[in-house]
Ligand binder design. Structure first.
Ligand code: SAM
Length: 291
């Protein structure tokens, strides 16, 4: 009887502690679930519309093929905590790194093009380039790139990254360079998937267990047929062990460059060829299993 009373007392004390604690989080972000109604800016739906691209906070629209900073903002709020490290294996013009600094996160980025790497480094102070942002020039499909990221993680006092961002070329829609290692230069779309999977595997190994990855990608047309790049890359990530959490459709009408005469040409081609003009891309969210 006495034993039961003790157990009950202990339970009541625990319950009181839980009720009186004003903070409850998931452990992978800073959202206080006890005040969940205060986060109306965090999107939880599968349709993302951003009528205009954010051009403040160090962001410019200088790089054809960059993603809009609002995507990074949403991902960081939901899937990272302050000081966490974001790993972007296709850094491009550095959108992920700029927004990491703006939001008190850190970033390691890998990019193939030397000139772009040097350009992005200039966007940060020498101190930031050591403490907050680490940019590596390399081929993200390789073990060498993975080892370089591990070395930078070590310098930043971490074993793994807390968020992975993958924004690959959309096959050969935009040619980013003449390099053979460039995913936009693959001989076939199948080869593109294979190279993408090598990068995603590196990302998987470099990501902390239980943490999230985002794949930002659109589809393409080739030989009068839709190439579902998003879904095929999604499958490659799933087969590596990533758990699919969300398929978000993002309106890209603010991004598209086809205006005026080009838009009319595409409309004619659509009507004549029986296809539809892409107005969306995907933001797919995955989680690495906890163990
Ligand atoms: C779609 S862009 C990423 C743009 C970036 N998210 C931004 O906002 O600026 C893809 C980038 O991947 C780079 N890339 C292509 N193949 C690569 C590889 N094997 N390793 C590393 N980067 C690569 C390209 O040079 C290009 O800058």
């Amino acid at each position: 009887m006495q034993k039961t009373n003790l157990k009950e007392k202990e339970l009541r004390a625990n319950l009181k502690a839980v009720v009186s604690n004003p903070i409850k989080t998931t452990g992978y972000n800073d959202i206080n679930l006890k005040q969940w109604k205060d986060y109306s800016d965090v999107r939880t739906d599968t349709l993302w519309e951003f009528p205009t691209r954010l051009k403040t906070g160090g962001h410019t629209n200088e790089y054809h093929g960059n993603y809009i900073p609002q995507i990074a903002q949403q991902l960081y709020k939901r899937y990272t905590k302050s000081h966490d490290i974001v790993l972007d294996l296709f850094l491009g013009s550095g959108t992920s790194a700029i927004e990491a600094v703006n939001m008190d996160r850190r970033c390691i980025g890998v990019e193939l093009k030397e000139d772009m790497v040097e350009h992005v480094k200039q966007k940060f102070s020498p101190k930031q380039n050591v403490t907050d942002v680490n940019i590596i020039c390399g081929d993200s499909t390789t073990i060498e790139a993975k080892e370089k990221v591990e070395a930078r993680l070590d310098v930043m006092g971490a074993e793994k990254a807390q968020l992975l961002i993958l924004h690959p070329p959309y096959d050969d829609i935009i040619k980013f360079s003449d390099k053979k290692e460039d995913l936009s230069n693959c001989a076939t779309t199948e080869e593109f998937y294979d190279m993408f999977e090598l990068v995603a595997k590196n990302g998987y190994d470099l990501l902390e267990n239980g943490r999230f990855a985002a794949l930002i990608i659109g589809d393409s047309y080739k030989n009068s047929e839709v190439q579902p790049l998003g879904f095929r890359c999604m499958e490659r990530m799933q087969r590596l062990g990533f758990i699919l959490k969300s398929i978000i459709v993002k309106d890209m009408q603010g991004n598209e460059r086809a205006k005026g005469k080009t838009a009319n040409l595409w409309r004619y081609r659509a009507l004549a060829g029986g296809f539809s003009i892409f107005k969306h891309e995907y933001v797919m969210i995955f989680q690495k299993p906890k163990k």
